[in-house]
Design a protein around this ligand. Structure first.
Ligand SMILES: Nc1ncnc2c1ncn2[C@@H]1O[C@H](COP(=O)(O)OP(=O)(O)OP(=O)(O)O)[C@@H](O)[C@H]1O
Ligand SMILES: [Mg+2]
Length: 339
């Protein structure tokens, strides 16, 4: 496998990524730790619950097209019949979505909406016979749709994404909120060159300290402490979980494939990474990582620190934006200052 990146198990293509659906939401929000932020959120959810109208979608909206779908529902473009306003509506099936989880996602999304790199949620939420719905601004697509499999995106675009996502994550983490589902499909884009991208999908977002259960299925964005969790154990949620996923996402958009399938030592790609990290030996750099400059490797080592306690905050990537990240980009000398 060494050197043959085209056969990487985690190549970014739709077929492969379909394996990496978000794990099901198996916790109840009642399990959260008592704290002030939780009280604020619950108060907001109560208020929204009482205010949420019951309507027939077709009476008030023209559904124009489907924008996407995920584990919990679908997103459509719709026009409000009276106001003429066009918006993205996220529909979640009542059959599979608890009302409190819908309200949690809606309220967290509203709270984070003020940040320029977080999707703007509109104060519009309602239920129909079959769905819970809330409204957001419309994007033109997600990061997954523009990645070139096995090739990735140019350094300049990767760094643009890194900078904007670092700011969004830093903002969330400063409010003790952990996204828990940082991945290509959850980063919405507003132009093809990623001058403007936004973090979205707060369906799994919870406060730090919330207890999470082991994963079902393989998730290449998950950190080792989650992949190796015993069936009966739980992990206390920490922002370092998002930092790991952020590191994986940056590798992914730089190369067009995942560095490994699962962060467990039975995965030979991950095992090579661990050997390199624990010995610090240049000879041990796995072939997939040799395409990066020393500066980029230094950054990845901080984001993908095996020990969660030593992972850097997301904003650390700002220190690396003026350096080339890919060796083949040294020729173009591309960095953010050029644009
Ligand atoms: N505001 C939007 N504008 C345009 N497209 C959107 C918007 N929101 C979501 N989408 C598209 O719909 C897809 C699914 O949306 P979303 O991630 O919110 O759903 P989900 O069911 O929670 O997904 P997941 O499987 O990640 O849990 C996104 O990956 C994106 O392609
Ligand atoms: Mg999603």
């Amino acid at each position: 496998m060494e050197g043959d990146i085209s056969r990487s198990p985690g190549a970014v293509d739709k077929t492969n990524l379909s394996k990496y659906k978000t794990p099901s939401q198996d916790q109840n929000i009642d399990e959260m730790d008592e704290n002030e932020n939780e009280e604020i959120l619950k108060g907001m959810m109560n208020l929204m619950s009482r205010r949420m109208p019951y309507i027939k979608l077709k009476d008030q909206y023209n559904v124009l097209k489907r924008l996407g779908s995920g584990t919990y529902g679908s997103v459509v473009l719709a026009e409000h019949k009276l106001q003429g306003k066009v918006m993205a509506l996220k529909l979640m099936k009542k059959k599979t979505t608890k009302k409190e989880n819908f309200l949690m996602e809606y309220c967290v999304s509203l709270c984070l909406s003020s940040h320029p790199n977080i999707i703007k949620t509109l104060p519009v939420a309602f239920e129909t016979d079959r769905y819970f719905l809330f409204a957001q601004e419309q994007a033109i697509g997600d990061l997954h749709s523009i990645i070139v499999p096995q090739d990735g995106l140019p350094d300049i675009i990767v760094k643009r994404c890194a900078m904007q996502l670092a700011e969004a994550l830093d903002f969330m983490h400063s409010k003790a909120l952990v996204h828990r589902d940082v991945k290509l499909d959850n980063i919405l884009i507003f132009d093809q060159d990623c001058h403007h991208i936004k973090l979205a999908d707060f369906g799994l977002t919870r406060l730090e300290g919330f207890h999470i259960s082991p994963l079902k299925g393989t998730v290449p964005y998950s950190p080792p402490e989650l992949c190796t969790l015993e069936e009966t154990d739980t992990l206390e949620l920490d922002s370092s979980l998002d930092i790991w996923a952020f590191g994986i996402l940056l590798f992914c958009i730089s190369t067009g494939y995942f560095p490994w399938e699962t962060a467990i030592c039975q995965d030979s790609d991950y095992e090579k990474f661990v050997v390199w990290q624990t010995t610090g030996n240049y000879q041990k750099i796995p072939s997939e990582w040799k395409q990066f400059t020393w500066r980029a490797l230094d950054m990845f080592q901080k984001l993908l620190a095996i020990n969660a306690m030593t992972r850097s905050p997301a904003i650390e990537v700002q220190k690396y934006l003026s350096d080339p990240w890919k060796i083949n980009s040294l020729k173009d000398n591309s960095n953010l200052q050029d644009n």
